[in-house]
Design a protein. Sequence first.
Length: 285
Amino acid sequence: MRDETHATFRKASVVGLDYVWTEAACHLIRERKPHLTLVHLLNNDATHHRRGAQTQDSYTANAYADMCVSRIIEAIDEAGMRESTTIILVADHGFTLTPKAIRPNVLLRKEGLLTVEGGKLTQAQVHVIPEGGLGFVYCTNPAKAPQESAEVRKIFMGQEGVADVLLPDRFNEVGFPHPREYGQVPDAILVAKDGYGVSGSVNGETLVASYQEAQTALGTHGFLAKLQKMNAMCILSGAGIRSGGKLQGADNTAVAPTIAKLLGIKYPYADGKPLSDALDASIDQ
């Protein structure tokens, strides 16, 4: 007989998947006492995209995630591992409500910089790939990219929903390499204002549309890190962690090196450095 376990599992809701993953983690902790357990919960992200941040739905999703974490901590206690366990809670981004969206490709179409036939993009001198609250601007002719990206900035600056357009001479502000240094880097970065997502749609008549019309999410991330709402939590507790400390900030690239330090594993190729200010003296040597 055909095993339908995987297919059936993947059909479950994200709430159901989070429950199963949590229970699986609890079972492994109690029975195997692993040196490292990683659990990735999905419902929070899915709910915030669909229902928006700071809504009743989002608060319910937060509470459900808290319940999943509490179940794992209970399992650690039941396994008798609490005193030797470090618990790290992190998220890769924050969230903001985006009831409106900007459709930069619509404006580029009207400027004659891209062609649409039958509702589909067929040719482009310049086009925008959306990433939450950012739009990555690509010029298809590298020789003309500096001139065309500068022209794109003039087109978008001052438009509703547009906070900024970064050209390569400012990419260092956001940690991007120059397009000459890496082929996949965009030629410009379109930054939406808080409250606006970026849509990749080439159809429509207006730059700004509702999120429903633009087919974007009611809540999203992908804005520049300087937007306060993009900050996420980083909580460290337990073995090897300095009690009562407070970090001023932490890059996500520091999480893996910190784990390696706690486990006594060498990790020389990591981009980040261990969170030394969070570690007690017995670890941070």
